[in-house]
Design a protein around this ligand. Sequence first.
Ligand SMILES: [Zn+2]
Length: 162
Amino acid sequence: MSARSKTEASPAAETLTAAGLRPTRQRVLVYETLAGQDDHPSAEVIYERARATMPTLSLATVYNCLESFAQAGLIRAIHIQRQSTRYCTVREEAPHFAHFHCRRTGAVYDIVLPDRVRRLLEEELPEGMQPEDLEINFTGVSAEGHSYPPHAPIAKKSLQEP
Ligand SMILES: [Zn+2]
């Protein structure tokens, strides 16, 4: 085995390393599980999915991994009232700070709002308050028979299609 192939890292491991995290086997697996099917799963769902690959994985480890990813800015925790926290990977090509939680299906969708919405809200802050993050969560019901992509951001125009 050459030295090069020995140190070759998976894309997930590279992402973790670039974010300053040591790419342990558990972290790589948890990140891959979340990013591979980024349908805003809860920690419990990530745990169930990842355990198929690593049966020794514990739910506590999954929580620890998610905590360190969130602190490193790799993922976003979505807090929905009376529901388990859901997670989504932060993708530079699709920045979003808003989500829609459907009470009917339990699905969480990315909602892309224009920058002016964010600026408008930030202008309402009292002087001296320096915002660093913003989280907007809609709760409601999505139309039946309409298939919204769970992880691809929903541009407003796609909602106007019949
Ligand atoms: Zn999202």
